[in-house]
Design a protein around this ligand. Structure first.
Ligand code: PPY
Length: 295
C-alpha cells in the first residue's frame, strides 16, 4: 500500500489527498510541519508527500516551492486542483450572545495557516478587526490549539473536517473572501504514480538557471519554447539564494517530457549555457467542476 506524508488530520492538504485517491487504500502519515512532510519522503519513510504549491488568492506558496528546489530532490508525480473552503471554528456557544446570535466582540485571537488567513482578510476586517492573528503550521493545528484553549476567545480558520476531527463548532461557514478559491497541490516522490481516474493532461516542470552576464538570455529561453509552439502555463522567478539578484526560472510546459519537441527545446536551452533541471513530468487532475459554487 502506498504511504503518503501530509499535514495533520483535517488540514486542507489532508482533504485534498482524500480527494485525489478517491477511496483507494493508502497509508496516511501526518506531520505538523511541511518541512517534516517533505523530509518523510526524502528520507524514504513514506512514498509520497502532498505539497500545496499555489493558491488562487495568495499565488505561489514560496516556502514550499523553495523546499522543492533547494532542500529535497523529489520529482513531481501528479498535480491536482482542489477548492479550499475555510470556516470560522470555535467552541460551541463561545461566540454566541444571550439571544443566540453570533457575537464576535469577545474574539481576541484568530489562528490559522498563513495562506488560509490571507484567504479570509475581508471577513476578518469586517467582523473582528481587533483580533490578534497568529500563524501556525496548518489550519488543523489552529483548530487543535483552539480546542485546547477553551474560554479564551480564540477561534481558528480551517476546514469542516478539521472542526469535526477536534469536535469543535463551525461558527461561520465558508468565510473565504472569494468563492472560486482553489489550491494547486503536487504529489512528490521518486516512484511513478498510476491512478485509475482520467487526467486532464500532462505537464512538465523545469527549472532554468540563466548564465550570468548574458543579455537577452531569458528571451532566448522563451524563444526555444515559442518557435516549437510549446505552451507554457506558468513562469516564475525564485531567488537562487546564492547571490543577490540571481534567479531560477520555474517553468511549466503543457507537454510530457517524452513529447517530440520538448527534449529539443531543453537541449537548445542547455546549449545557451543555462542549467536545466526537470522537476517532474506528471499528469494533472482538475477538480470536476472548478466553477461549481463551493458550499
Ligand atoms: O493548513 C492547511 O490546512 C494546509 O493544508 C495548508 C493550506 C492552507 C490553505 C490553503 C491550502 C493549503
Amino acid at each position: 500500500m502506498k504511504s503518503i506524508a501530509v499535514l495533520p488530520q483535517g488540514s486542507v492538504s489532508h482533504e485534498a489527498l482524500l480527494h485525489l485517491f478517491d477511496g483507494e487504500p493508502v497509508r496516511v502519515v501526518h506531520h505538523k510541519l511541511i518541512s517534516d512532510v517533505f523530509l518523510s519522503t526524502s528520507n524514504g519513510v513514506t512514498d509520497y508527500s502532498v505539497i500545496p504549491i499555489e493558491n488562487t488568492i495568495e499565488g505561489s506558496v514560496s516556502l514550499h516551492i523553495d523546499w522543492l528546489i533547494n532542500e529535497v530532490n523529489l520529482p513531481m508525480q501528479s498535480e491536482w486542483i482542489f477548492p479550499s473552503i475555510q470556516n470560522l471554528i470555535g467552541h460551541p456557544l463561545e461566540f454566541t450572545d444571550a439571544e443566540g446570535s453570533r457575537d464576535y466582540s469577545g474574539m481576541v485571537k484568530i489562528l490559522s495557516h498563513p495562506v488560509a488567513m490571507a484567504q479570509c482578510r475581508l471577513f476578518i476586517r469586517e467582523h473582528a478587526p481587533w483580533a490578534e492573528l497568529e500563524s501556525v503550521g496548518s489550519t488543523s493545528e489552529a483548530v487543535e490549539l483552539v480546542k485546547d484553549n477553551p474560554g479564551k476567545g480564540w477561534a481558528a480558520i480551517g476546514t469542516a473536517l478539521g472542526a469535526a476531527t477536534h469536535g469543535l463548532e463551525i461558527v461561520d461557514r465558508q468565510i473565504t473572501d472569494h468563492s472560486n478559491n482553489f489550491t494547486r497541490f503536487v504529489l512528490v516522490g521518486s516512484q511513478k504514480l498510476e491512478l485509475a481516474r482520467a487526467s486532464s493532461g500532462v505537464k512538465t516542470s523545469v527549472l532554468v538557471t540563466l548564465p550570468e552576464d548574458f543579455p537577452g538570455a531569458l528571451h532566448q529561453v522563451l524563444a526555444a519554447f515559442a518557435w516549437r509552439k510549446l505552451n507554457l502555463s506558468r513562469i516564475e522567478s525564485r531567488p537562487t539564494k546564492k547571490k543577490l539578484g540571481t534567479y531560477y526560472f520555474y517553468i511549466d510546459v503543457l507537454e510530457p517530457i517524452e513529447s517530440v519537441l520538448l527534449p529539443g527545446a531543453i537541449e537548445e536551452i542547455n546549449a545557451l549555457g543555462c542549467q536545466v533541471r526537470i522537476l517532474g513530468s506528471y499528469p494533472t487532475y482538475t477538480y470536476e467542476d472548478e466553477k461549481a459554487e463551493v458550499q
